[in-house]
Ligand binder design. Structure first.
Ligand code: NAD
Ligand code: IPM
Ligand code: MN
Length: 354
């Protein structure tokens, strides 16, 4: 039995998570997997109502009682400070020490990419985004706040241990998955201290993986190459902020934010799975959001929990639905969020519970 904490969150979060849970419940009814879902209403709504974002004791409770967390998205125009999202999402990433943000970029069907003449094999890589430090440390401050002479300082923190563990994770992944190359993106030509640390650690770690090609690109150049020649990438590793930006671009070349999945992982610990997209306020409540990002996220979660075959089956069902144009309108189909989720569920072959 695996226990899953479900945190739908804000905007389209609940709409897409409902479809991911539909798929998981179908697998639980028809295949050899036992899952228990417990819902948590941590969201902008709760924050505005009760003043509570991430409730006290939440991290300890998640660690003690759950195997994985499935989340939607956090962000609401009624909370312009984004305080609740920072507390809940970044709170779980940092507080649970989920140092790997694993974001696959895969073209599931040639017609989905906005790039011309690309085969599915041309867009198939994974991004290892450092997930606990960098520009996300909330370190900094104001001087002379609110005056014409105001100074805002925003620190970018890289620790030796933090840099090393994400780079090692990227190389380990490459080794285990038969990937040939790890490419690090940084801005070490300008960010001389943090960039220098990343450079040194990358070279050191790379030496211990002689069979894997270690490659470096400045992040601005990578953004260009990702559009012009995405086929060169196998595994990308970068810091928190560059990884964030690169993976929205990655989402775009695989067909849009509605498709992109992610895992916030600390191997062996309770980990958090969420689509790459946000709460998309203009789409919320309309039943038109694409649930595939959330559904592929649930496939990543199943893989993490040890159910590789079931994870593959979800992916196959998603591929099938896309090929048959059983999709929401962002992918050219005509289905609602719920219909798209149901279409994917219907493609999962029932084997009968073992
Ligand atoms: P967003 O990802 O919410 O949406 C950007 C655009 O992408 C949407 O307007 C829509 O056109 C498209 N899109 C996104 N998801 C889609 C889906 N499932 N189906 C179809 N189209 C989809 O980014 P944003 O507008 O910059 O941010 C909105 C809010 O979400 C902000 O508060 C932001 O901070 C937050 N956010 C949260 C997360 C998260 O919780 N992980 C991630 C990104 C943004
Ligand atoms: C993401 C999002 C978050 C991030 C925001 C909502 C804090 O953009 O998950 O990619 O910057 O990490
Ligand atoms: Mn992002």
């Amino acid at each position: 039995m695996k226990r899953i904490a479900v945190i739908p969150g804000d905007g389209i979060g609940p709409e897409v998570v409902r479809e991911a849970v539909r798929v998981l419940k179908h697998l639980q009814d028809t295949k050899a997997v036992e899952l228990e879902f417990v819902d948590f209403d941590w969201s902008a709504e709760k924050f505005l109502r009760d003043g509570v974002s991430l409730p006290p004791g939440a991290l300890e409770m998640l660690t003690a009682e759950f195997d994985a967390i499935l989340a939607g998205a956090f962000g609401d125009p009624r909370v312009p400070s984004n305080k609740h999202a920072e507390d809940i999402l970044l709170g779980m990433r940092r507080g649970l020490d989920l140092y790997i943000n694993l974001r696959p970029v895969r073209l599931l069907n040639e017609r989905l990419t906005p790039l011309l003449n690309r085969k599915t094999s041309d867009i198939d890589f994974v991004v290892f985004r450092e997930n606990t430090e960098g520009a996300y440390c909330a370190a900094g401050g104001f001087l002379k706040h609110g005056t014409d002479d105001e100074i805002a300082l925003q620190e970018d923190v890289s620790t030796r241990r933090g840099v090393e563990r994400i780079i090692v994770a990227a190389f380990e992944y490459a080794r285990e998955n038969g990937r040939k190359r790890v490419t690090m993106a940084d801005k070490s030509n300008v960010q001389r201290f943090g960039g220098d640390l990343w450079q040194r650690v990358f070279k050191e770690v790379a030496k211990t993986y002689p069979e894997i090609e270690a490659n470096h690109q400045y992040v601005d150049a990578m953004a260009m190459h990702m559009v012009l020649d995405p086929a060169q990438y196998d595994v990308i590793v970068s810091n928190n902020l560059f990884g964030d930006i690169l993976t929205d671009l990655g989402a775009a070349i695989q067909g849009g934010l509605g498709l992109a999945a992610s895992g916030n992982i600390h191997p062996g610990k309770v980990s958090l799975f969420e689509p790459v997209h946000g709460s998309a306020p203009p789409l919320a409540g309309k039943g038109i959001a694409n649930p595939i990002g959330a559904i592929l996220t649930s496939a990543m979660m199943l893989e993490y929990l040890g159910f590789q075959t079931l994870s593959n089956e979800i992916e196959d069902a998603v591929r099938g639905a896309i090929s048959a144009n059983e999709t929401t309108r962002d992918l050219g189909g005509q289905l609602s969020t719920q219909q798209a989720g149901a279409a994917i569920t219907a493609r999962l072959v029932n084997t009968g519970k073992k």
